[in-house]
Design a binder for this molecule. Structure first.
Ligand SMILES: [Zn+2]
Ligand SMILES: [Zn+2]
Ligand SMILES: [Zn+2]
Ligand SMILES: [Zn+2]
Length: 179
């Protein structure tokens, strides 16, 4: 009898998160870089290359936009799950977060990629576009959009118990199942 040896594909190799907290910026004078095209001497970075062509020096302390506001990880590593995870970014303040750090469900994950998501602090009503009376702002459990109770048709007088699904999401995912 012939037993074939188990083959292990070299998977997970590139997933290994290197610890590289804050690489110091290689050049103290950013003004010099505009003149001088940044020399490609920093090719051997400990991270995988970033798709957009951002020179490594420009992301020293400027972390907004590519760091999760909650776990302080990035798209390569969610510090809570220790997995790579796409970040979503608020259209107003440009702060980013991992969907799992925001406790998003799978429907929300789908939905937030289809519109200009706003974080909790920037959230406005999807109907009137206003952020006032945020105590009366209701959030859809499937897309995270905000709605004033009084802007809804028909208006609500108080927060519904349990999950609530906005009209857009009813169209997308169907009526919420009673449990
Ligand atoms: Zn996170
Ligand atoms: Zn925001
Ligand atoms: Zn409103
Ligand atoms: Zn919704």
């Amino acid at each position: 009898m012939y037993m074939q040896p188990q083959q292990y594909p070299p998977r997970g190799y590139e997933m290994h998160p290197h610890h590289n907290p804050h690489p110091p910026p290689p050049m103290p004078h950013p003004s010099m870089m505009q003149h001088h095209q940044y020399q490609q001497q920093q090719q051997v970075m400990t991270r995988p290359p970033i798709p957009e062509s951002i020179p490594p020096s420009s992301q020293s302390q400027e972390v907004s936009g590519n760091q999760c506001d909650f776990c302080l990880g990035d798209e390569y590593e969610n510090k809570k799950t220790h997995k790579s995870e796409e970040l979503i970014t608020c259209k107003d303040c440009s702060r980013s977060a991992h969907p799992t750090c925001l406790n998003f469900n799978p429907n929300m994950l789908l939905s937030v990629k289809k519109y200009n998501w706003q974080c909790m602090e920037c959230k406005t009503c999807s109907i009137c576009g206003n952020s006032e009376n945020d105590s009366q702002l209701l959030f859809c459990d499937d897309c995270d959009r905000g709605y004033h109770f009084y802007c809804l048709q028909p208006p609500l007088s108080k927060a519904p118990e349990g999950d609530w699904r906005c009209k857009l999401c009813v169209t997308q995912f169907g009526e919420l199942q009673e449990n």
